[in-house]
Structure formats: structure tokens, C-alpha cells
Design a protein around this ligand. Structure first.
Ligand code: HAM
Length: 448
């Protein structure tokens, strides 16, 4: 064998995951679970129910509405063995619309649903953008306008609050209905020109001024229209209300006012350049941004969509409003602001024994701790000296150690030591659960 490779090819296989995808080592997975649990606890308080759908959908589902950029450049798709064109989900909203449509008559309205799917987009991996991410989706369908908008923004604010993130975030809000009113009715653009202009403004932040102006010139708009577009892009809410005085901006203004009166003066701000890259939005749209320039990408975004269910039913409509919040930008945001949660230690108790004769008692103690107190307990696989037992406990990130050593065992006892406080107690092997010293040590362990 000398000199021969054990591997099949000339080179060993790469240990890196496929570009832009992620390995979740236990700590990473714990963080993801923490987020999922936190989100679902809050959403349950608001009456939102969890749903899920398949990872694979028909290509046509996305081709219909998801938006050119995602479908043409980011969708993972292939032909299955039966010749069907299939795509890996890049977002959840089309699946939601399909599932709701399939049971539209039986589902009680309004529908309040959430999901935390794994999504795939063929992006150029960079800060805040990967090819794989997990995205909390919260949607309310068939509700009343503008109460639904207010509820969805409130839920978003509550999620941020639960992560202590609220003071660092701004919700930038606009309305596609308002934009259409301005571009079509005031600037006399046709619907197609208006859509191209909306997309250009949406992408403006990602390009240089020269590139933006070049693309604007390509639209062949008159100088007066270009000037008005620039004025529009810089408009504040007061001015927009005064200049346009249309129901669309008035409705948006009252949503902004209500959110700010609930959560503080400047959480929601009007931003005429928020368009959203996806094609299906028809009403209010919003994106949440970190106020700090370290994280220039949107943490989450969403809005109202009137016509998604209509893709599946000729005669039925069900308007929805919702948002998607990705885990990648969110965790970068939490790191930037020192808000990463304390995920706790990995293990509650490490049980070690000095002689193989004590092994079965060690097992019995650990079974009782798991069954009666739901503690996570690992028992050593072999007899250990005290020093090595502490080393193992530290390596396993355990909060405490139980030691069955010669001295205590000869008195039918064991020692339980809390590693963060240093306190230790001696307990009888039989009936230790009933001891008051056990109960108070348990309380302290749970707090540490
Ligand atoms: P979206 O703006 O495409 O909306 O994505 C929502 C959020 O998901 C983004 O703000 C970002 O945090 C995260 N995200 C998106 N793509 C990536 C990526 N490649 N890497 C990391 N994070 C990413 C939607 O998907 C809509 N379907 C949301 C929605 C739900 N609208 C209504 N309901």
C-alpha cells in the first residue's frame, strides 16, 4: 500500500460544502432552533399556525409570479426522471398561495400562518447573501385592510423586540399601489414602463450613480419625467401627502402613524424607493433595515399581494400580506449589536465513576435525572479518575458533574458539583431525589 492513495481519485475529496451552502455544526443548529422556537412562541401568541410544504415545486409555480431576477438567474431547477420541470423553492410565498388555494373554501378566514423553511437561490455568495438560507414567513390572508398591514408590522416589531433588536431597526415602508398611481397617473408611464422603472429604483442601491443614470436613460423618458422621478425618490411623507393627496398615500400614512404610536416615534418611515424585487406585491411593501451601516442589506421584507391565489382559481381571490425574515442577515445583525443570545451550556450533568463496580449506580442516577427532571445527562463510558472526569465535563460543556468515587460510594453516596458556582453536595444513591439539598441544588443548576 505504501505511497498509494486510499482515495478513489488522484486527490482526496474536498471537505468544504458546496459553495454558498452551510454546514450546521451543533452550535449553529442550536442557534437556528433557538430562533425557530422564539419565533413560534411569539407567533402562537398572535394566533398564527405553523405550516410547511415541499422543497420541490413545479417550475411553473415560480415562472408565474416570483420575478424575473430569481427565475432567470437564481432558481435551481432540473428535469426529473419523468421529464417534469422541477424547481427547488427559492421562496415560500408561491407554495403558501398554492396550499391555501387548494383548500380555499374550507379554511377559516382570515388565515394566519407561519413557516420556517430552508430556501435556495443561486446567488453570488457574499455578506448577507448565501445560496441556502432559512426564512421565517409570516402571512395573513383574507383579512381586512389596513388592520392586516398593521397586524403584520406589529408582529414583525414583536419579533424584533423579543431579540432586543427594536431600537436598532427601521421599517422602511412604501406602497406599490401608490407608486403605480404616481408613475402611471401622474407621470403618464404605461404599466410596462412603470414596472421597469420600479425595478430600476429597487436595484439602485446595488449600482453606481453612473450605472443607474445610464439605465434610466435607456428607458427613454423625457427630461421632465426623469426630474420628477428624482423628486419622487427623495420625497418625505409630509410632502408626498401634500403633493399627491391620493387615498393610497393616505392609507399608508395612517398605517405608519399607528405603528409608530404603538412602538415609538420612528420605527416605521416612509421610503419612496422601497419597491421589493418580487413581482406579486400590489399594496403596502416594506423592508426592515439595520440603522447601522455595517449591515446594509434588508433583514426582512414583505408586503401585500392581491393576486396570488387568483393564479389557481379563475374566479376566486384572496388578498394576503406577509413578510420573510432570513436567518443569515439576522444573525449578522445580532452579532453587530452584541445581541447574540446565550444559548446555554450543552449538558446539565456529566456522570463519572471511579471503578467499573459503580457503573450501574451511575446509570440508575442518570435515568432518574432524565426522567424526573428532564436534565440532559451523559454517563462516562469507562471508569475515570477525578481529574479526568472534570476534563471530560468541561469538554462536553457540562454545567455540573456527578462523581461516584471510592470514599462516597462506600457510604452509599455520591457527590454532585455545580461547575459554575463551585458548590458541591453529597447525596445518598437511594432516594436522592427527595432530599431538600438536591432540590435546592437543582434550582441553582437550572439558573446557572
Ligand atoms: P425576499 O425579500 O426575497 O422576500 O426575502 C426575504 C428575506 O430573506 C430577505 O430580506 C433576506 O433576509 C432573506 N434572504 C433572501 N435571499 C437570501 C439569500 N440568498 N441569502 C440569505 N438571506 C436571504 C421573499 O422571499 C418573500 N417571499 C417574503 C414574503 C412572505 N412576502 C410575503 N410573504
Amino acid at each position: 500500500m505504501s505511497g498509494e492513495s486510499l482515495f478513489l481519485g488522484p486527490m482526496p475529496l474536498s471537505m468544504k460544502p458546496y459553495k454558498g451552502t452551510r454546514d450546521f455544526y451543533p452550535r449553529d443548529k442550536k442557534f437556528l432552533r433557538f430562533l425557530a422556537e422564539k419565533f413560534s412562541n411569539i407567533l402562537n401568541l398572535y394566533g398564527y399556525l405553523e405550516y410547511d410544504g415541499p422543497m420541490l415545486e413545479s417550475f411553473d409555480l415560480y415562472a408565474a409570479k416570483t420575478g424575473q431576477e430569481i427565475v432567470e438567474t437564481q432558481l435551481y431547477h432540473f428535469e426529473d426522471r419523468g421529464g417534469r420541470k422541477v424547481a427547488i423553492r427559492p421562496e415560500m410565498t408561491p407554495t403558501l398561495a398554492r396550499m391555501v388555494s387548494a383548500k380555499i373554501d374550507e379554511l377559516p378566514k382570515p388565515i394566519r400562518w407561519f413557516s420556517f423553511p430552508n430556501l435556495w437561490r443561486y446567488e453570488r455568495p457574499q455578506r448577507g447573501r448565501l445560496r441556502e438560507h432559512w426564512q421565517l414567513n409570516v402571512d395573513l390572508l383574507g383579512g381586512v385592510n389596513p388592520q392586516s398591514e398593521i397586524e403584520i408590522l406589529s408582529v414583525a416589531a414583536e419579533l424584533l423586540k423579543s431579540l432586543k433588536a427594536l431600537p436598532f431597526v427601521e421599517l422602511r415602508v412604501n406602497s406599490r399601489a401608490f407608486v403605480n398611481f404616481v408613475f402611471e397617473k401622474q407621470l403618464s408611464l404605461d404599466a410596462k414602463q412603470a414596472l421597469v422603472l420600479e425595478k430600476l429604483i429597487d436595484a439602485k442601491a446595488k449600482m453606481s450613480e453612473v450605472e443607474y443614470l445610464g439605465k434610466l436613460a435607456d428607458l427613454k423618458l423625457t427630461d421632465t419625467v426623469v426630474e420628477k422621478v428624482e423628486l419622487y425618490s427623495r420625497m418625505g411623507l409630509e410632502e408626498a401627502l401634500k403633493v399627491f393627496a391620493c387615498p393610497e398615500i393616505e392609507a399608508l400614512s395612517s398605517v405608519i402613524q399607528q405603528i409608530n404610536s404603538q412602538y415609538g416615534a420612528n420605527l416605521a418611515v416612509f421610503d419612496p424607493t422601497i419597491m421589493r424585487g418580487l413581482d406579486y406585491y400590489t399594496g403596502m411593501v416594506f423592508e426592515a433595515f439595520d440603522k447601522s451601516p455595517d449591515n446594509p442589506r434588508a433583514m426582512f421584507g414583505g408586503g401585500r399581494y392581491d393576486n396570488l391565489v387568483g393564479l389557481f382559481h379563475e374566479k376566486k381571490q384572496l388578498s394576503g400580506v406577509g413578510f420573510g425574515m432570513g436567518d443569515v442577515v439576522l444573525s449578522q445583525f445580532l452579532e453587530t449589536h452584541g445581541l447574540m443570545p446565550d444559548l446555554g451550556q450543552d449538558l446539565d450533568v456529566y456522570v463519572a465513576y471511579q471503578s467499573d463496580d459503580f457503573q450501574s449506580s451511575a446509570q440508575k442516577i442518570s435515568i432518574q435525572l432524565r426522567e424526573k427532571h428532564f436534565l440532559s445527562v451523559v454517563v462516562s463510558q469507562e471508569a475515570q479518575k477525578i481529574k479526568s472526569a472534570f476534563k471530560s465535563a468541561n469538554r462536553l460543556d457540562s454545567t455540573s458533574v456527578i462523581l461516584l468515587s471510592e470514599d462516597e460510594f462506600s457510604r452509599n453516596c455520591f457527590v454532585w458539583k455545580n461547575l459554575s458556582s463551585g458548590e458541591q453536595i453529597e447525596l445518598p444513591i437511594e432516594g436522592f431525589l427527595a432530599q431538600s439539598s438536591f432540590k435546592s441544588a437543582l434550582e441553582k443548576l437550572k439558573k446557572s
